[in-house]
Design a binder for this molecule. Structure first.
Ligand code: GDP
Length: 395
């Protein structure tokens, strides 16, 4: 059996274990390294060849995006990652980095439970960072921080360990100010403050494929001084081997982002205004794969063979081929033609997708980004507010 087939089978096995699923988005200001990071996470998880990572830009699937060098459509990938002897299914939704696509960013946030905020260590938080953090918090999505391009602090700015730590602390402080401003209760009481000590901050270089965090430093004994030495002595290969980006970042994801069973009871009241005393509400809160189908479409993409693909978060029930489903705002029903998951830039068809996962569905001709698709008529998810102007400014 080919490696890809094996990964698909493993993803299918893990789809039925909500406690091992993490649905996440990477959110960043344009050029801060989201695409490079994503490619290297995929390569680290064995989803694309590591030689191609950084060149292939697996997430930028549209030709137009590659030409313009920006990610327009929220692309999606699934990968597996072993953490503490347990394999995890990580469903990753890419978000547009450009400010004009604010609605798409918010839609992507609705489908996930954790947001990996990527900030360029040299530039620091930028207006778009503020916008994406606000969008995540507004949707009840827990943040964690990856400070990228740390190689530039060492190689270009020639900073020593203390200056580097000061700069990283200042980025962490800015991000925390945003979190506290938007979600004070969670910041104070639920560990939403990002901190090196708690392991909710990692930093490194997506380009050179290394990263670290406090847990990683404790495990490997590699400190700031060592990282600087590896960089200055042209010994990046060893640093990459000892402290690989994908392990450090995906460990943080597995440890700190909530699984769907933990997150849906809190998120459903935040993102859905229907009657919370109904069986339907209960089955969404419980991630019940035997409940009615409730699927929130976050993006529509076009496949030359399969046609329109509706991608989104399945909050309840199990999606299978042949089901007739209601699409909010339209009359009648659409019949599901196939269900699948995204791997790299490609869609893999599977027999069924249970609640708690990100699904790619064909046959939903009437669906648009933002549609609620369900097996019973229901109150649709709340309409998405576009936030394009950051309200909180950097101090
Ligand atoms: P996106 O717009 O956030 O997806 O950013 P990209 O991943 O396309 O990266 C933007 C630019 O920054 C590209 O030229 C990358 O090669 C570069 N880049 C990304 N990560 C790093 C890094 O860790 N260090 C350095 N020096 N450059 C990086």
């Amino acid at each position: 059996m080919g490696r890809r087939k094996q990964i698909v089978q493993e993803c299918e096995r893990l789809m039925d274990k909500p406690e091992n699923i993490r649905n996440i988005a990477i959110a960043a200001h344009i050029d801060h390294g989201k695409t490079t990071l994503t490619d290297n996470l995929l390569a680290g998880a064995g989803m694309i060849s590591s030689d191609l990572a950084g060149e292939q830009l697996a997430m930028d699937t549209e030709e137009d995006e590659q030409e313009r060098g920006i990610t327009i459509d929220a692309a999606n990938v699934s990968m597996t990652h072993e953490y503490q002897d347990t394999n995890h299914l990580i469903n990753l939704i890419d978000t547009p980095g450009h400010v004009d696509f604010g609605g798409d960013v918010t839609r992507a946030m609705r489908a996930v439970d954790g947001a990996l905020v990527v900030v360029d260590a040299v530039e620091g938080t930028m207006p778009q960072t503020e916008t994406v953090v606000r969008q995540a918090l507004r949707e009840g999505v827990k943040p964690a921080l990856f400070i990228n391009k740390v190689d530039r602090l060492i190689n270009e700015l020639q900073e020593g360990p203390e200056e580097m730590q000061e700069r990283l602390q200042s980025v962490i402080g800015d991000v925390n100010e945003l979190i506290r401003g938007m979600a004070e209760d969670k910041y104070e009481n639920e560990g939403w403050k990002v901190s090196v000590q708690d392991g909710t901050v990692a930093f490194g270089s997506a380009l050179y494929n290394w990263a670290t965090s406090l847990p990683q430093m404790q495990e490997t004994g590699i400190d700031f001084g060592d990282i600087i030495d590896y960089n200055r002595n042209d010994n990046i290969d060893e640093l990459r081997e000892n402290s690989p980006l994908s392990n450090v970042v995906l460990d943080m994801v597995a440890e700190h982002f909530p699984n769907p069973e933990k997150s849906q009871p809190e998120r459903i009241p935040t993102v859905w205004r229907g009657d919370d005393s109904t069986d339907l509400a209960e089955s969404m809160r419980l991630v019940d794969d035997e409940g009615e189908v409730v699927f929130m479409v976050t993006s529509i993409s076009i496949d030359p063979h399969a046609g329109e693909i509706a991608t989104g978060r399945l909050f309840s029930g199990t999606i299978e081929r042949g089901q007739d489903l209601y699409v909010s705002g339209t009359a009648g029903q659409n019949r599901v033609q196939s269900v699948g998951l995204f791997m790299g830039g490609e869609r893999e068809e599977v027999d069924r997708i249970p609640a708690g996962n990100i699904a790619a569905v064909t046959g939903l001709h009437d669906a648009i980004a933002g549609s609620t698709v369900s097996s019973v008529e229901m109150t649709p998810f709340e309409s998405i507010e576009h936030i394009s102007e950051p309200v909180i400014t950097k101090s």
